[in-house]
Design a binder for this molecule. Structure first.
Ligand code: B12
Length: 257
């Protein structure tokens, strides 16, 4: 019989429940040496890990050492208090999305997407929109219920918005990867301001994504939803079809996480 988990005091699991064992890896900008190994052990201890252990370390490049370590985490988190907060959404499968859209909208959903501003990272938006998709889940281009326009990377917000207006889009999708000097916040905010200035905010779904974008940040900046690492196209598609149907029927649905 598996032991019952105390959900009010959860800690990492490795060999047995509650052992707190964590594997971690990092690089220190110091030459590969015994002193480097000692430094990694001290650092892990000061992070709060008990019984830290270096299981592997090697020179990454001259003057840099890469470590793989184990440590015992003695802290816990109260998972019970985080449940029932509406964090988790039940996503539909691709087939379910197609049927839901067909039944409730009966038309194709037009989406326009890009990686905006000076950001050249296109893999995120391609993962969402292009046929080849991501991890075996093809992008919205492969859905019958979606018409997609992927403008690529380094797209000015003005160009993205013009395209959305030209094709009468239902949703604008933005990807932001570079966060240095809060560039993502600047780009994302500029687009919302432009959409609002054009008086189009109420007729467009605005969604953004990227490794450092969260649903909370997106909402703060005036978007309907934000998506981060681990997002698959059907997560985005579920959000869009539900949101559109809710808007068209005058109801509200919970936003995606
Ligand atoms: C590939 C890559 C590049 C390629 C990009 C090629 C391309 N065509 O995209 C090249 C070599 C061009 C590049 C350039 C640069 N890069 Co780069 N790059 C990467 C790298 C290795 C992988 C990024 C990636 O493709 N991830 C895979 C995709 C699938 O993940 P993702 O973007 O997170 O997308 C997922 C989610 O976030 C979400 N998502 C993303 N967008 C969207 C949008 C919507 C609407 C939705 C719903 C979901 C969603 O869904 C996706 C799937 O789950 C990362 C490091 C890393 N390992 O992550 C650095 C990294 C992103 N790059 C970085 C940097 C700094 C740069 C440069 C500035 C370097 C330089 N000094 O020149 C330049 C960028 C210049 C510019 N003007 O933008 C930094 C960013 C640091 C930061 N936080 O600001 C990183 C983190 C590397 C690092 N550790 O320093 N890079």
């Amino acid at each position: 019989m598996p032991r019952e988990v105390d959900l009010s005091a959860v800690r990492p699991y490795a060999d047995h429940l509650g052992d707190g064992l964590v594997q971690m890896s990092f690089t220190l900008p110091v030459p590969h040496s015994l002193a480097a190994r000692k430094a990694a052990l001290e650092l892990a201890a000061s992070m709060g890990f008990e019984e830290p252990e270096v299981v592997h370390y090697e020179e990454l490049t001259e003057g840099y050492t890469y470590f793989v370590m184990y440590g015992r985490c003695v802290r816990t988190v109260d998972f019970a208090s985080l449940q029932g907060e509406g964090f988790d959404i039940e996503y539909m499968s691709e087939d379910e999305i197609e049927r839901f859209a067909e039944r409730n909208l009966g038309r194709r959903i037009i989406v326009v997407g890009a990686s905006t501003g000076s950001d050249t990272h296109s893999v995120g938006i391609d993962a969402m929109l292009n046929l080849k998709g991501y991890h075996g889940h093809h992008g919205l281009e492969g859905y019958h219920s979606f018409e997609t326009h992927n403008l690529g990377s380094q797209v000015p917000n003005s160009v993205l918005l013009s395209k959305a207006i030209e094709v009468n889009a239902d949703a604008i999708l933005v990807s932001q990867t570079v966060t240095q000097q809060n560039l993502h916040v600047h780009n994302l905010t500029e687009l919302v301001e432009m959409v609002e200035a054009e008086g189009r905010r109420h007729q467009l779904i605005l969604a953004c994504g990227g490794p450092r974008v969260s649903n909370e940040l997106a909402k703060e900046l005036g978007y309907d939803a934000g998506f981060s690492k681990g997002t698959y196209p059907h997560h985005l598609a579920t959000f869009i079809v539900r949101e559109l149907v809710a808007r068209e029927s005058g109801d509200r649905v919970p936003a995606a996480g």
